[in-house]
Ligand binder design. Sequence first.
Ligand SMILES: Nc1nc2c(ncn2[C@@H]2O[C@H](COP(=O)(O)OP(=O)(O)OP(=O)(O)O)[C@@H](O)[C@H]2O)c(=O)[nH]1
Ligand SMILES: [Mg+2]
Length: 396
Amino acid sequence: MSYRIGLVGKPSVGKSTFFNAATMNDVPEGAYPFTTIDPSVGEAYVRVECAAPEFDHACTPETGFCRDEVRFVPTKLVDVAGLIPGAHEGNGLGNQFLTDLNETDVLVHVVDFSGTTDAEGEPTEGHDPRDDIDFLETELDMWYLEILEKGIEKFSNRYAGKEAAIEVELAEQMSAFRTNKDEIKRLILRLDIGFDPIEWDPDDREALAREIRTETKPMVIAANKMDTPKARENYEAITSDPDYEHLTIVPASAHAEKALKRADEQGAVDYRPGDGDFEIQGELSADQEAGLSQIQEFVHEFEGTGVQRALETALFEELDAIAVFPGSANGEPEDGTFMRDCFVLPEGSTTEDFAYFLHSDIGEGLLHGIDCRSNRQVGSSHELEHRDVIEIVSTN
Ligand SMILES: Nc1nc2c(ncn2[C@@H]2O[C@H](COP(=O)(O)OP(=O)(O)OP(=O)(O)O)[C@@H](O)[C@H]2O)c(=O)[nH]1
Ligand SMILES: [Mg+2]
């Protein structure tokens, strides 16, 4: 199992550019709406400080790669088609794209902070990015609400006047959102609306749809096109607007990330993805040099291009996932390999979860784990932490 991060947003905000920058793919990008129709899935990476130097060995990665003591751990990134207002009613490319979102674990909402595209992705000026942030949330909420209403209707038809649990029916109806009855019960309690849906007014229903959406679709906002002056103005305004305080907003330039990765491949710069600096190498044309020094100012100011940071914030902060290295207790290489793997696991994973993650046989034969830093045994229900190095001892 590997995590899937979904890129969402209205057309022309830079989703495909962000996708290409992160995955070094080459899907079409264009200054016109609906450049993307079919979703693409690619491999992106999240950074984790490599644990190998603590054991005085060099790592030999098989999953992902390591660059100057930073591991780049693979994760799936999905570039979906642009959403426009009314998508839940089938507008634009409609419902299918909402459905694609259900196959992701966390979302990066790419927003055009430059204000140069309107609600449908057509060129304009002075568009307020706040409208786009609001629209996407509303669109998702309406989609959830529609399915929630279906669940309430079924429940009412089936159980009028009888004892039954609404959370069971809703969990079944909304299973595609990866929710369950316990979660729904908790959210109903949190909203304090009672367990009889007949008593719920439209506001209660909407509030519940929103709660379920925010629980099941954690989201980070990538404030894209920050390489333009207008985007900076909007960024200042929105990050100091109390109505938007609850959001996680990462300033980003997909253009800058793409340019730096290309330049690194060509040997024009030495750039480790995500870094807040890079070195120019060799002879460059005056144009190239001017372009790169602009990007350099940008990454100095924002401590990177924001592309890596948006993905890592989604996985490690919004989802609270952890990265774990399988290790060997004596801290020595085996068969000439060392710290081949690094895996991303859900928050709260235990030694046993990790063993089953590696293989069901390993899970079934689990005896205990060993924390390779301290050489201490850890029990099967021991909760793992980010960057733990663990050997699993199993009879299988
Ligand atoms: N200035 C600036 N422009 C960008 C940036 N990222 C993307 N763009 C431009 O924005 C336009 C749209 O980019 P796409 O990546 O095709 O946008 P999209 O969100 O995938 O659009 P659809 O597939 O139509 O939904 C292109 O002209 C890109 O060059 C950025 O970081 N800075
Ligand atoms: Mg696209």
